[in-house]
Write a protein of this length. Structure first.
Length: 268
């Protein structure tokens, strides 16, 4: 089947073909039986097929490529457990007509992986409609998601992701496991929504905004960018005991959450 499929570079298509890796992926969550699974970018259906062996209640296979959607429908025509949806994932996430407690799998296209993850983490209503996410990223992106303060990789995405989810690195995946072979390796991550959020930020977009401002000059001290955010109300963050000479990567995620809460009080 692989030889009949021509991956589209414009859609970031790299099909996972290593059977051992695929088996490892479906073993990450230990509760697939009778669960609804949403698979982002089902491609040629290799992962879909392995998930099906775990006896889920249903698999919603999202595939934007029309030709691949036809391949998927043909491959799983004999089962009523696989629903192929030929649509853009961002349209699908806006609708979510499949209920709650869903398990999400995704070998995400490199070019939009962070956009997809941001969409899944920034819902106003929390906890979300999914139980966990098992997602594959370019290794460099995964390193940024997992990064801690005082590291070169630490930045906006690590702060956003750790606010609402428990993140675990599962394993790295060699570029040799894909067709066509990408230039970089990948990493499998799992995300479990936190049921109780310690830092009550009303709107996730405010956290995105303040981190974008503060990391706009990551090698410079935060003083000028904090003044951009708070202006004459800079005393609002006095109790945070921030060293204004700090650079953004030297500040913990928790402090960023506190800054976002202070910012929301300012703009209310």
């Amino acid at each position: 089947m692989i030889s009949k499929i021509f991956p589209k570079k414009s859609l970031g298509q790299n099909f996972l073909i290593d059977k051992n890796v695929i088996r490892k992926i479906v073993k990450i969550p230990n509760f697939l039986e009778n669960k609804t699974v949403l698979e982002i970018g089902s491609g040629n259906g290799n992962l879909t097929n392995e998930i099906l062996k775990k006896n889920p209640k249903k698999i919603i296979a999202i595939e934007k490529d029309k030709n691949l959607a036809i391949v998927l429908k043909d491959r799983f025509i004999k089962t009523n457990k696989v629903e192929v949806v030929n649509d853009d994932i961002f349209n699908v996430l806006k609708k979510n007509i499949w209920g709650k407690n869903i398990i999400i799998f995704g070998n995400l296209p490199y070019n939009i992986s962070t956009q997809i993850l941001a969409s899944l983490i920034t819902y106003k209503k929390w906890p979300p409609w999914y139980d966990c996410m098992i997602l594959m990223f370019q290794k460099e992106v995964a390193d940024r998601i997992l990064a801690k303060k005082n590291s070169r990789e630490f930045g906006r995405f690590a702060i956003l992701c750790s606010w609402r989810t428990e993140i675990k690195k599962e394993f790295d995946v060699s570029s040799n496991c894909f067709y066509p072979k990408p230039k970089v390796d990948s990493t499998m991550l799992s995300f479990y929504p936190k049921k109780k959020i310690k830092y009550k930020i009303k709107d996730p977009k405010n956290l995105e905004f303040i981190t974008r401002i503060l990391f706009s000059n990551r090698r410079k001290m935060i003083n000028k960018n904090l003044i951009k955010l708070f202006g004459k109300n800079i005393t609002l963050i006095k109790d945070l005991n921030l060293d204004m000479r700090s650079r953004p990567e030297e500040i913990s995620s928790e402090v960023f959450y506190k800054i976002a809460i202070k910012y929301e009080k300012l703009i209310d």
